[in-house]
Design a binder for this molecule. Structure first.
Ligand code: TXA
Ligand code: MG
Length: 332
């Protein structure tokens, strides 16, 4: 009898010691899917050269096929094998890799055995490439020896995950293994940039800011605003990172029935959480997705009908936090 239900897979929980990591690598080599921590958010990894393994990633996340996957490599040398590195990117990579910077680059012509499968790239001629800094991600990449496609480890359109337990909540039964690497230290996804005809565009703000990028490459034309009518990157959907509970942004005076997500101390008489008691933007970024996940659950038990979020200054990593919150507030 045929069934429309998604197939249930038994998910191995792996510790981030040598044994757990070598098991994770073995699963990847066998064409399986493994969620693992990076310094930004958890990623759901698969062998980027294996189209069947990539298919499993799309399946587990419920991700539209026209949304390409970020490719993780162990270092710049490995990146150069798969993509054309221009001199500006080379400069940036020297400063920011390993780290939370993803660059969109033209793919190199390679033999079919070697190349990143078209399925991972949604047939694009470009690759979003990144060298993560997290020790667990690095160890997996070094032992695996090939590129790993790893979009954020969450269901498509929902909150990204920065804690092991959140990955378990959304992906157990859907992936082959999850590596417990504790909380992710940065908490928002990598900065994504593209350089076309000498013009740099930041497609997704992150921990590495435009100022930091400018300080490395200096004089280059910057394109400020992404044209909202044209999706430059297929994944830059306006509604994204969505909790189930509606959220209201830049709220100074929450309503009675609302949960509060504070920046600074939680206001007296309100139920909620704070992103950072001391209004530290880096701490706020680290807590962003876990706080939204916890408030989403709390809203169900307290019958709160929305989450009111304090204003967060639009500077440094605050730009990335505001970007994610703006998308989380958009409903389809
Ligand atoms: O920090 C991160 O980047 C995390 C960790 C796990 O590495 N990954 C992540 O992946 O955030 P994901 O798939 O959630 O976001 C990657 C974005 C998507 O919006 C996707 O559409 C875009 O990168 N992307 C991937 N390949 C692209 C390409 N060739 N051109 C333009 N955008 C691309
Ligand atoms: Mg994502």
């Amino acid at each position: 009898m045929s069934s429309n239900k998604t197939k249930y897979i038994s998910t191995e929980i792996l510790t981030c010691n040598d044994l757990g990591i070598s098991r994770a690598v073995q699963i990847l080599k066998n064409g399986g899917t493994v969620a693992f921590p990076t310094e930004t958010v958890y990623g759901l990894g698969a062998d980027a050269t294996n189209s069947e393994a990539i298919e499993k990633v799309y399946q587990a996340k419920g991700r539209p096929k026209n949304n390409p996957l970020i490719i993780h490599v162990k270092d710049k040398t490995m990146a150069e094998h798969y993509v054309e590195m221009d001199s500006l990117t080379s400069k940036l990579s020297t400063s920011f890799w390993p780290g939370p910077l993803t660059v969109i680059l033209k793919k190199n012509p390679l033999t079919s055995k070697e190349r990143i499968t078209e399925k991972a790239l949604s047939k694009l001629k470009t690759v979003a490439i990144r060298v993560p800094a997290h020790p667990v991600a690095r160890k997996i990449l070094c032992l695996f020896g090939k590129p790993i496609a790893a979009p954020s480890a969450n269901l498509s359109g929902k909150l990204s995950t920065t804690r092991f337990e959140d990955v378990v909540m959304c992906l157990s039964g859907k992936v082959d293994a999850i590596v417990d690497g504790g909380p992710c230290p940065i908490g928002v996804e990598s900065t994504i940039l593209t350089i076309e005809n000498g013009q740099l565009t930041i497609l997704r703000p992150g921990k590495i800011t435009e100022e930091e990028i400018k300080s490395i490459i200096g004089k280059i034309k910057y394109k400020k605003e992404i044209n909202k009518n044209k999706i430059t990157s297929p994944g830059q959907f306006e509604s994204h990172y969505c909790p189930e509970t509606p959220i209201r942004l830049n709220v100074l005076h929450p309503r009675k029935n609302e949960l509060v997500l504070a920046f600074g101390p939680l206001p007296q008489g309100f139920n909620g959480l704070t992103l950072s008691k001391i209004s530290d933007p880096n701490e706020a970024a680290m807590n962003l997705y876990s706080a939204l996940a916890d408030l989403d659950n709390l809203a169900k038990t307290t019958q709160s009908n929305s989450i009111a979020i304090h204003p967060i200054p639009l500077q440094g990593i605050g730009i990335a936090i505001n970007d994610r919150l703006r998308r989380a507030a958009k409903r389809l």
